[in-house]
Design a binder for this molecule. Structure first.
Ligand code: MIC
Ligand code: SF4
Length: 661
């Protein structure tokens, strides 16, 4: 039987298992990426595993999320990351050089290779044929040490594109359209593979906008094949020789086909506060807008910013509106600057930011109270912008710029009609300036150019906490009952005041679930253990393993949810928390404060492959909870988490350890 592109790449990298959807497979990882807010834990874990050298073809450490460094803790983190990259053999991208996904795409992403990253938007270079997957930091540390990455073999869905985008509709609208149709959990357990005649009409920056937003669907990854456009894009990055042909076999079989006629799309917008609250822009037109931001890993390329610059030529940003451009990389900034576009935009009233995630996670440019902010980003979870009850909309750069010009949400087609001389900017490809392949880049320190030898840890950089082996009896309070689609931003918020403690779990854990209930952390500590209860898709969003690590630190022993998001579920196993699924009736019947006991011997059940556990609530009623775990995940859980398990494996010489021996 023929293979899809995903199956071809997985087959080439398979070290364990079979490509049967739902079965666990182990794959070899060619490249890894980490960033500043997840990276410190990655390297601390790498160190705790007694590893001394990166084993993958390439590892890259980016400093992108918090680059303003208004606290020594953050600057210390960046110095630690530089020292870790230098000591262990990774590339180091300096703070301000840009967002990991954009910089990785420009410099290293290669078709046909596997990439694992400690950030949920790692699938971005799927737009140029790389099979890229986001994971928790501990999985990255193990993969960097040469261990395989284990994941449930996803279903491969064919997203068949036909037609061509009309004027003013963009790649962002393709992604928003899918979000509106499939919702934030529609892609869980799936890889979306884009095929059909519409593909060749899309450029690489457009394709990577679509693959980036596949994360918001919960997808394991998203991927396009390669073609002349891929080759041309690599050539513009001076990396043409990395091109390989990739297409599905003619008789490849997909689990499902979703058709999208590009010609039928129009400007869309995600309204507050979920990326799948999608409506046509016209439905919310007229709403006052106080802030507009173009940038992020979704729409931060030169090609994403240029349309806004063209729309602003000879125009001004509305007086009551602030417009910020935060390029995704220094490369994008440099291209815009050299061509004079930066000056044009500044003259129109645009404020330029350094190339950083920043505002996307509430670091800088926090919106005013009771105001609307239009952003070209990928997430608008409540409070993520840095203020509670925010009102963040997600849209294309064209829609964002139209709002900046008028001070109101407006469909750019209607604005064009009104102004008479506003032309659809379309998409124009850029070519990078600066160092070519193999030449030294001042913003990327290669392992050969390393400037440190040994780790430099500031006072805020703590140790990685460990958990005891899984106990036989687990009983405790239902500490918090939550609804559907709880994000890891709810569990461990990002914002500036909290982010600086990412390397200090004791301190960070004080903020656990504070966005849902700010008494939680103290109550969990006082209760000395207990459970979290949640609805569907618990833990969606970011890959931050802190969302499992901090509850573990506070004594939480398990999560009872109707369903879990992929990366978070893996993180729960990695830190020894039992993820059990419950049905809707059980969810409805459990109240916060109830006493929950797992009746069976949990340690034994987990070790022996039990899939069902009886839970007794308030010594009154019983229900069945399910454990969906591979043999490897059970061993990890029983050992008290992946760090202990990997060490045990290493000591017993069973070969599963990521050691370089
Ligand atoms: C995000 O977009 O939520 C982040 C911040 O990039 C996270 C990573 C983190 O929490 O450090 C992600 O997407 O994984
Ligand atoms: Fe950075 Fe936002 Fe992209 Fe996350 S989604 S990597 S915070 S730009």
């Amino acid at each position: 039987m023929g293979q899809t592109i995903t199956e071809q790449i997985l087959d080439d990298h398979l070290v364990e298992g079979e490509l049967t959807p739902g079965e666990e497979i182990g794959i070899d990882i060619d490249q890894v990426l980490t960033q500043d807010t997840t990276g410190t834990m990655v390297w601390l874990q790498f160190e705790a595993l007694d590893l001394d050298e990166v084993q993958t073809e390439l590892a890259a450490q980016y400093c992108d999320h918090q680059t303003y460094q208004f606290d020594f803790k953050n600057t210390d983190d960046h110095r630690f990351l530089r020292s870790a990259a230098g000591t262990f053999g990774a590339y180091f991208s300096r703070p301000g050089n840009g967002i990991c996904h954009q910089v990785h795409k420009e410099n290293f992403a290669a078709p046909g290779k596997t990439l694992l990253g400690s950030d949920s938007h790692t699938p971005t270079p799927g737009g140029l044929g790389q099979l890229a997957i986001g994971a928790g930091g501990l999985d990255i540390a193990v993969a960097m040490g040469g261990g395989a990455y284990y994941v449930e073999m996803p279903e491969i869905v064919n997203v068949e594109l036909t037609g061509e985008l009309p004027e003013w509709a963009t790649a962002k609208d393709v992604a928003l359209h899918l979000l509106g149709e499939l919702t934030v959990k529609g892609g869980v357990g799936k890889v979306l593979e884009y095929t059909g005649p519409g593909v060749e009409t899309l450029t690489i920056p457009e394709r990577t906008t679509i693959t980036n937003l596949g994360t918001e669907l919960g997808a394991t990854s998203s991927i396009f094949g390669t073609d002349e456009k891929t080759k041309d894009w690599l050539a513009r990055q001076d990396r043409e020789e990395e091109h390989v042909e990739l297409s599905p076999d003619e008789d490849a079989e997909y689990a499902e086909t979703i058709e999208v006629d590009l010609s039928s799309l129009e400007p869309l917008i995600a309204t507050p506060s979920m990326p799948d609250n999608v409506v046509p822009v016209r439905e919310v037109a007229g709403e006052d807008v106080e802030q507009v931001i173009i940038g992020s890993c979704t729409n931060g390329a030169y090609e994403d910013i240029l349309p806004g610059a063209k729309m602003l030529e000879g125009r001004e940003v509305a007086k009551k509106t602030e417009m910020i451009v935060a390029p995704g990389s220094k490369q994008a900034s440099e291209m815009l600057a050299r061509e004079g576009w930066t000056a044009e935009m500044m003259a129109a009233g645009v404020n330029f930011s350094e190339a950083t995630c920043g505002a996307c996670i509430g670091i800088g440019h926090v919106p005013a109270s009771d105001s609307v902010s239009l952003r070209t980003f990928n997430r608008n979870f409540e409070g993520r912008s840095g203020i509670e009850d925010d009102s963040v909309y997600l849209c294309s750069p064209e829609v964002a710029t139209a709002a900046a010009i008028t001070g109101k949400i407006v469909d750019p087609r209607d604005l064009a009609d009104e102004l008479g001389d506003l032309e659809a900017p379309g998409l124009e490809m850029g070519t990078k300036y600066g160092p070519g392949m193999g030449e030294s880049d001042p913003d990327i320190i290669s392992p050969d150019e390393a400037v440190d030898d040994g780790l430099i840890k500031g006072p805020n950089i703590g140790d990685v906490p460990l958990k005891d082996e899984l106990a036989s009896d687990i009983e405790g309070e239902a500490l918090l009952k939550m609804e559907d689609n709880i994000t890891t931003d709810h569990i461990i918020p990002a914002t500036a005041d909290i982010l600086k403690f990412r390397s200090n779990i004791e301190k960070l854990s004080e903020f656990t679930l504070s966005r849902v209930d700010d008494t939680f952390a103290q109550r969990a500590l006082d209760a000395d253990g207990g459970f979290l209860v949640a609805g569907e898709n618990y833990g969606q969003g970011s890959s931050r393993e802190h969302a499992a690590l901090c509850p573990m630190f506070l004594g939480v022993e398990g999560v009872l949810a109707q369903s879990f998001a992929r990366i978070h579920k893996a993180n729960l196993f990695n830190f020894g928390l039992v993820p059990l699924t419950i049905d809707e009736e059980t969810y409805e019947n459990i109240d916060q404060g109830d006493d929950v006991e797992i009746v069976d011997d949990v340690g034994e059940g987990v070790r022996n492959g039990a899939t069902e556990f009886t839970i007794r609530v308030n010594d009154d009623w019983e229900a069945t909870a399910h454990l969906d775990a591979s043999e490897r995940e059970r061993e990890i859980l029983a050992a008290g988490g992946k760090l202990s398990w990997t060490k045990q494996q290493h000591q017993s010489g069973s070969g599963a350890a990521p050691a370089d021996d």
